[in-house]
Design a protein around this ligand. Structure first.
Ligand SMILES: C[S@@+](CC[C@H](N)C(=O)[O-])C[C@H]1O[C@@H](n2cnc3c(N)ncnc32)[C@H](O)[C@@H]1O
Length: 244
């Protein structure tokens, strides 16, 4: 009886502490990751939800992102179309690389809109802004130098965040995703475009692909609700969540 009372008091104390301290009382972010050593030469040896995180693609790979055959291989115009962007919207291209998608998004949101192009490599941002000025969208696209944990976006300001072939490279997927969600307006969308991990015919290295199940598992710990998977692209799925 005594132990029973003590047990329920301890439980009440624990719940009260969580309420007072909030999410900070939960395990530290680093506890969500496991360092197991590399399973694959494309990985960094750090795992999240049993998935090895891939190496970040260097800015030296810019010409691959801009390859002329990309439109045919990946139907990139169709990808932008399915996002349903509207003139005047504020959107973000996180992991923007050379700006392949930033300028396509800029065409859709127009002069009254904004595209935040977020990168962790300054070399990519320099190249991106040269490309944006050439394409006459330099006033719409705003370069943002983020960190591996923080995209440095304004809070509650963004209608849609696009991540094309980026999320699997995040060194800190939990922190990056939490910060991106903070930047979304309520009901705003965060869109993950990843090569289909379920499909061995997609000619991309294993750690650079993701399954829908894995993305949903990792997003289940974030303040979003699953919206839809758009399956019209030849190699990638478009996985959409909304801020709660
Ligand atoms: C494979 S590239 C894709 C570029 C672009 N989205 C495209 O499809 O053309 C991945 C990019 O994500 C960037 N990246 C990786 N981690 C990042 C982070 N935490 N924040 C912002 N960008 C990041 C890398 O620097 C790299 O440029």
């Amino acid at each position: 009886m005594f132990f029973c009372k003590l047990g329920s008091r301890l439980a009440l104390f624990f719940i009260a502490s969580l309420i007072v301290l909030g999410a900070d009382a939960l395990p530290l972010p680093e506890a969500r990751y496991e360092v197991r050593g590399k399973s694959n030469r494309d990985g960094i040896g750090k795992f999240y939800f049993d998935r090895e995180i891939a190496h970040v693609m260097g800015h030296q790979g810019a010409s691959w992102l801009e390859r002329p055959e990309r439109e045919e291989e990946e139907r990139t115009e169709l990808l932008v179309e399915v996002l349903g962007l509207k003139p005047g919207q504020t959107v973000a291209d996180v992991g923007a690389g050379s700006g392949y998608f930033s300028w396509r998004m800029a065409q859709r949101v127009g002069e009254k809109g904004t595209v935040y192009a977020v990168e962790i490599q300054q070399e990519f941002l320099d190249l991106l802004m040269v490309n944006m000025r050439k394409r006459r969208v330099g006033d719409i696209v705003k370069p943002v130098l983020g960190t591996v944990q923080d995209p440095k976006l304004p809070a509650n300001a963004v209608d849609l965040i696009l991540l094309v072939d980026v999320y699997h490279e995040f060194d800190f997927p939990f922190e990056m995703t939490r910060a991106m969600i903070e930047a979304l307006k309520p009901g705003g969308r965060i869109v993950f475009v990843e090569y289909r991990g379920e499909d061995p015919a997609v000619p991309i290295k294993r750690l650079h692909k993701m399954t829908v199940a894995q993305v949903r598992k990792e997003l289940a710990v974030q303040a979003v609700k699953f919206d839809e998977v758009i399956a019209t692209l030849p190699r990638q799925h478009v996985i959409v969540f909304r801020k709660i």
